[in-house]
Write a protein that binds this ligand. Sequence first.
Ligand SMILES: [Zn+2]
Length: 257
Amino acid sequence: MIDTHAHLYDEIFMVDHASVMNEIQSAGIKEVWLPNCDLETWTALAYLSDLYPNFCKPMIGLHPTYVKEDFESQLARLHEILVEKPVLAIGEIGLDYYWDISYVDQQKKAFERQCHWALDSHLWIDVHCRKAYADLIKILKKPEFKNVIGIIHCFSGDAAEAKHLVDLGFLLGIGGVITYKNTNLFESFREIPLESIVLETDAPYLTPVPHRGKPNSPAYIPLIAQKLADLYEVSSAQLVNQTTINALKLKEYSNFQ
Ligand SMILES: [Zn+2]
């Protein structure tokens, strides 16, 4: 199993990262893909992925909720790093109108700029989108971005948006939310074939049932896999096999080892 989205460089994991890695590997997880937030998080992210190169795979990007007045200088520095350092993907990038709408224009600008980075470096993008699906789809439908592919991490749109994004070449990242008792998330992607689904935790956030209240961990990926297998009515081996194939295709696209 691959956790396609976890903030393993978060302080809570860094205190004793060696035993954290052991615990995750014991749960059957082969790789964890690390989405970046801004220049500050990059330091810990790069440190961790250099320390565990076969297990932790780095992405680079500016997260939409970190787009502030200084976004141009953040982007300039992150791009310098991208030119020097091989990464798996550009992420996490996108639009977030949930927390703060005072930087919407800057968020759009930063997102489009980073989509161009992905095209220029033949990388895929890991997309964060909250309360902004209409604008996200509008941007991704622009002819200049027709070759942009990737993952819509922690997908939370409706059925029409799910179909639209999959038609545009995106996979949907599904995590702990699917295990919550009062979620109707599955209704929005039940028509999406398993070939377009990948597993993720977004650790340390969005802890699945029955561990809610504790920090999330990639070690909980099997709980998400089992829940999805039940919903799709396939065996968990089938579910794991297909979602891993899907993730590995993206990795191949980036040509990242
Ligand atoms: Zn995230």
